[in-house]
Design a protein around this ligand. Structure first.
Ligand SMILES: NC(=O)c1ccc[n+]([C@@H]2O[C@H](COP(=O)([O-])OP(=O)(O)OC[C@H]3O[C@@H](n4cnc5c(N)ncnc54)[C@H](OP(=O)(O)O)[C@@H]3O)[C@@H](O)[C@H]2O)c1
Length: 293
């Protein structure tokens, strides 16, 4: 079974961005609780350089990783950026000094985040920004989105996407403007409900179905971590067949499941990054996919 090796973000716009269908998520790079400098700074910089050397040209970040740590590392490792690199950041959340996760989605908050991302990444326009919906927000969803689209008209953002959205929020946004991509939890084991970091995980299969209907790229998060704790599932069986690791088969499943999926596995380890990159070479059969279900 083959799969499409690239994906185009904003395919129906004047600024289509085509990237390899395997990105990298930077959230594992900072210290514990996604805060502070990496435990091994050299390895973190080497991971980012390796992504570039290995043809990965989609990076997921946020200024609330760190605070600002992943953006600074990206700039240090990769600036001046290659022309085909797409950096995707997220706004809608922030961090307290106590490392807590807060809601930051009022129009003025979003603007401050975008300015901060532009400054820390040292760029004049961010190619893709996901508005990250935070459960418990009191800001009307439309108000936040209007602010995003306004910053897009101003040229600070090239493409607007959504993250952690419900099916209803995604449908509502599609009536307001173009949704370049969606970043929700999705994965072999994450199609059903689960929790991680005590956070409410939303959307899942229903959101994926709306993306398929509307041809919207899906950038899944948390695709690996809960699957890797399960030692007895069908993934492990297929991994043995291909002499691969369960992480690789989870990624291969995503790549074969649907051509709209752009996986962004996160890792703080160079050997895991290299392993994940090799998953791109695995071709599962129709029978494997049917067996995995
Ligand atoms: N939009 C959102 O709300 C949101 C939320 C969370 C994350 N994200 C983004 O999505 C990206 C992916 O999510 P994630 O990093 O939380 O989770 P993930 O990709 O599902 O899994 C990361 C975990 O898997 C481990 N891992 C990775 N490759 C491995 C391998 N080959 N073998 C064994 N273990 C492996 C990592 O540990 P090691 O470090 O030891 O490799 C880490 O514990 C993040 O980096 C971030 O950019 C977005």
């Amino acid at each position: 079974m083959s799969f499409k090796e690239t994906i185009t973000i904003g395919a129906n716009t004047n600024n289509p961005l085509t990237v390899k269908r395997l990105g990298y998520g930077t959230m594992q790079l900072p210290g514990e609780h996604v805060w502070g400098e990496p435990k091994n700074r050299d390895e973190a910089l080497q991971i980012l350089k390796t992504t570039s050397e290995q043809g990965i040209n989609f990076l997921d970040t946020a200024d609330y990783y760190g605070q600002d740590v992943t953006n600074r590392l990206i700039k240090e490792a990769l600036y001046p950026y290659k022309d085909d690199l797409v950096i995707c950041t997220k706004v809608g959340a922030n961090r307290g000094e106590d490392k807590s996760w807060g809601i930051y989605d009022k129009p003025e908050d979003l603007r401050a985040s975008i300015e901060n991302n532009l400054r820390t990444l040292k760029t004049e326009q961010i190619q893709l920004v996901h508005f990250r919906v935070m459960p418990g927000s009191t800001t009307p969803f439309e108000e936040s989105l209007n602010a995003m689209f306004e910053m897009q008209r101003e040229g600070k953002i090239m493409h607007v996407g959504l993250s952690n959205v419900t099916p209803e929020e995604l449908t509502k946004t599609l009536a307001m403007g173009n949704v370049a991509s969606v970043e929700n939890t999705f994965g072999y084991e994450q199609r059903k409900s689960f929790s991680a970091y005590g956070m409410e995980i939303r959307g899942m299969q229903e959101v994926m179905d709306i993306c398929i209907e509307n041809n919207i790229p899906m950038v899944p998060f948390f695709s690996l971590q809960s699957s890797l704790h399960n030692k007895e599932n069908k993934i492990v069986e297929i991994a043995k067949k291909y002499n691969a690791s369960p992480a690789q088969i989870n990624l291969a499943w995503l790549l074969h499941y649907n051509d709209l999926i752009l996986p962004i596995p996160g890792t703080s380890k160079l050997n895991h990054l290299n392993e994940n990159i090799k998953a791109f070479d695995i071709r599962l059969t129709d029978e494997d996919m049917a067996f995995l279900g």
